[in-house]
Write a protein that binds this ligand. Structure first.
Ligand code: OXD
Ligand code: MN
Length: 587
């Protein structure tokens, strides 16, 4: 029975039922009772596997299809009216043609299945900044995942006014990779996802809504939807300063968001608090500062590499009420394992494909490199007490970063907001397992939003510049690179908790307490400005980390010029920034 009498919802659901032809429709109310019965159904069908209740209470295991383990950018579309509004970095098709084509794929695809109607909120229900969505899906995995990643409940129906909600239709269909489409219709606030069961393609509140559709809403309403972590650094005086960080997928955003400061800092009383690890919605507050909220309610983190040494907070967050996807199952105690968890892989395991796997002798990896945990924010030991504050947290600094072996120094500060926007537009990184395609290729990923911006990125850069005009107390903008290597390919910087040393300089710069020197690319700390006490850096490493190699940067400018040439709508101010960088490099 429908749980709302809002005609804009019931009529739309009825239309989708007519199209997909499910055997039954279940309206989700968000209650634990209903979720428990849906989980039980998932256990019965095998879509979910219950894990050891004593060791991993409330945790379940899920496997996605072999050909369906990552986001599919080549099959992701922005279908606005005009192609030029989607811009050169998005796939586009005429919305009418796309709807026609999708109609054929969805027609009857839920026969023999149940359609679930999930009401969810991105942000605190009822807060002026929350945005609502309804996702229709034939996947139990999606229902239980959305209940972790977003705020699901009947209060969402009550909060939706008229048709002011994002419509999402997801169907697994046949999981046919050739007919897999992730499509956004920003002018109708609609998302259609079909033939996939992988989280990044099907948990529609996340990338599809909170980034692609929300970026369009932000452009129209004067705010920013960004692919950013949000963290707070508490100093020994108990003051907390907040930072946002945009890093391309799988560059360690979750690790940075949950950083544990080195002992030296902990002893003095420094702490780091996590507000979010993937998405930030940024708005200008009444006081003219920029405020960030995390619209999500959970973490969808990459499992491999998450361990007691690299990220104990993330690991702790996964010990309760978590969904593990495509990791190794330990059949002996019905728990989970992945590469990088510990040095004790199970002997009696099952790999992500469901084949017997002996971690003591295996030559192949047991967990899929993009295997995931879906865990509630509330389970994270360092979760900020501001995470549920609808006003968000005031942002002192914005940090851009990527994986660059040789180009970018460890950290630099932009000269001003416009230069900072230029630095964000120039962001690049080496590809990893989070997307399909080759691994290790350098790709430009402006503001880490290349796969997530729902409109023409030229207009998006212009929107950033306009936001800068409106913010009275602008955050300073920085660039970091934890991944710089020496000529032998060794990392020069230890990363992880020691990134706190860089954060300290960043925040001190925001408060006018630290020095910096000019360089062609931005303002750099001098070696003595970074606290490296107790760090065993190789001789000369710090000097190299803070070096700007002009020859390498001249090549970078060439690459950037090619990239900029793609955009008809690149703002003049950013083209000028590129010219100015070239001039400074020639001096
Ligand atoms: C993610 C991604 O899953 O960016 O967060 O791919
Ligand atoms: Mn992400």
């Amino acid at each position: 029975m429908a749980l709302t009498d809002n005609k804009y919802i019931t009529d739309w659901v009825a239309e989708q039922v007519k199209l997909c032809k499910p055997d039954s429709v279940v309206w989700i109310d968000g209650s634990e009772e209903q979720l428990a019965s849906i989980r039980a159904e998932g256990f019965a069908t095998g879509e979910l596997i219950k894990l050891n209740e004593e060791i991993l209470p409330g945790c379940v295991y899920h496997r996605s299809a072999l050909n369906d383990v990552a986001r599919v950018e080549a099959r992701t579309f922005i279908c606005c009216e005009k192609q030029e509004d989607a811009g050169p970095t998005n796939n586009w098709m005429d919305p009418k043609e796309m709807r026609e084509m999708l109609r054929g794929i969805y027609d009857g695809c839920m026969r023999g299945r149940t359609m679930y109607v999930i009401p969810y909120s991105m942000g605190i229900v009822g807060s002026p900044f929350a945005k609502y969505g309804i996702e229709l899906t034939d996947s139990i995995y999606v229902v239980v995942s959305m209940a972790i990643m977003t705020r699901v409940g009947t209060d969402v129906y009550a909060a939706i006014v008229g048709d002011d909600y994002i419509k999402g239709l997801h169907a697994k269909a046949d999981l046919d990779a050739e007919k897999r489409y992730i499509v956004h219709f920003p002018q109708d606030n609609t998302i259609m996802s079909v033939n996939s069961g992988y989280g990044g393609n099907v948990l529609l509140g996340k990338k599809c809504f909170a980034l692609r559709i929300a970026s369009c809403l932000g452009r129209d309403e004067g705010w920013l939807a960004e692919h950013m972590l949000i963290l707070g650094v508490e100093n020994p005086q108990g003051e907390v300063r907040y930072v946002c960080g945009a890093f391309p997928s799988a560059c360690g955003k979750t690790n940075l968001a949950m950083l544990i400061p080195p002992e030296l800092y902990r002893k003095k009383g420094y702490k780091v608090w996590t507000v979010g690890d993937d998405i930030a919605w940024l708005r200008i507050g009444a006081d003219g500062r920029l405020y960030a909220t995390n619209p999500e309610n959970g973490f969808f983190g990459v499992a491999p590499g998450t361990g007691a040494k690299t990220n104990p907070n993330a690991l702790a967050a996964t010990r309760k009420n978590t969904i593990f996807t495509n990791v190794v199952r330990n059949l002996k105690d019905n728990t989970v394992w992945w590469e990088g968890l510990d040095k004790n892989p199970p002997e009696f395991g099952e790999d992500w494909l469901g084949n017997p796997w002996n971690g003591k002798t295996a030559t192949e990896k047991g967990a899929q490199p993009n295997s995931r945990f879906t865990a509630p924010l509330s389970g994270c030991p360092c979760i900020s007490d501001k995470v549920d504050d609808p006003a968000g947290v005031p942002i002192s600094a914005i940090i851009f970063g990527g994986r660059r072996a040789h180009t970018a120094p460890l950290v630099f500060e932009s000269f001003d907001w416009t230069h900072g926007v230029f630095v964000g537009s120039a962001l690049a990184s080496e590809t990893t397992a989070a997307t399909q395609g080759k691994i290790g290729v350098v790709r430009r990923d402006p503001m880490a939003m290349l796969p997530f911006c729902g409109y023409n990125m030229g207009d998006y850069f212009a929107h950033w510049l306009t936001m800068g005009d409106k913010i009275e107390e602008r955050p300073k903008i920085f660039h970091v690179n934890w991944f710089r290597q020496d000529d032998e390919g060794n990392y020069l910087w230890p990363g992880f908790g020691d990134n706190m040393r860089v954060l300290e300089w960043v925040l001190d710069r925001c408060e006018g307490k630290a020095e910096a020197v000019d360089s062609p690319v931005g303002l750099l700390p001098r070696e003595q400005d970074l606290n490296v006490e107790g760090l065993a850096l190789k001789p000369g490493a710090l000097t190299e980390l803070l070096t700007v190699d002009k020859a390498v940067w001249k090549e970078e400018v060439k690459g950037l010029r090619e990239f900029y040439a793609k955009f008809d709508r690149m703002p003049k101010a950013l083209k000028e920034q590129l010219d100015q960088l070239e001039t400074r490099l020639a001096e």
